[in-house]
Ligand binder design. Structure first.
Ligand code: IMP
Ligand code: MG
Length: 184
């Protein structure tokens, strides 16, 4: 994607809406209730993977009524256009000692599975009370390493998607819905 683009070109690449704003809202409300209902007196630490999961994190944490803290990690998966190259680097780590928390990793999408495989291994080694993964989107057909989230709100086909935190060349994160990206 060459930047900047005209508004017309920007809009032209939003091929079709896959998950609407209303569908996302309803699913997150239910997930927030489920997490709150599982509260056992020990706090949750929600760990969001930047940048893609920032919108999901903001909405999910506001649907949780039990005590919880939030933290951010940044992972960079290198992309050649819209295809992952397989390299994952943790560029920002959390500061908390997680041994007294139920940790929930909040992710935007699971594609090849490599990012979460690495992040889960890293956090597990720090002995949290429990460790779960919730993802907004799952593309199981693209998996290259064996990885399954504890909860995936939407399972989508093998399309490159944008919006609700997810980008293409850093654009489109601000769309309030999930859309399929058009290459042409
Ligand atoms: P994985 O390591 O291949 O599972 O990829 C995970 C990361 O790649 C996600 O957290 C996203 O940031 C990015 N990603 C994967 N698929 C898409 C997509 O369809 N649109 C935008 N970003 C994506
Ligand atoms: Mg991500």
């Amino acid at each position: 994607m060459n930047k900047p683009v005209s508004v017309e070109d920007f809009e032209k690449r939003i091929k079709r809406v896959l998950v609407t704003e209303e569908e996302i809202k309803a699913a997150i409300k239910a997930a927030g209730k489920e997490i709150s209902d599982s509260y056992d007196g020990r706090p949750f630490l929600l760990v969001s993977i930047l940048k893609g999961a920032f919108v999901f994190m903001a909405d999910l944490c506001r649907e949780i009524t039990a005590p919880c803290e939030i933290a951010f990690m940044a992972a960079k998966s290198y992309y050649n256009g819209t295809v992952s190259t397989g390299e994952v680097t943790i560029t920002m780590d959390i500061e908390q000692d997680i041994s007294n928390y139920h940790v929930i990793i909040v992710e935007d999408i699971i594609d090849t599975g490599r990012t979460l495989r690495d992040v889960v291994a890293l956090l597990k080694a720090r002995n949290p009370l429990s460790l779960k993964v919730i993802t907004l989107l799952d593309k199981p057909s693209r998996r290259l390493v064996d990885f399954k989230a504890d909860k995936a709100l939407f399972t989508i086909p093998d399309h490159f998607v944008i919006g609700y935190g997810l980008d293409c060349g850093e654009y489109y994160r601000n769309l309030p819905y999930i859309a399929e990206y058009s290459e042409e």
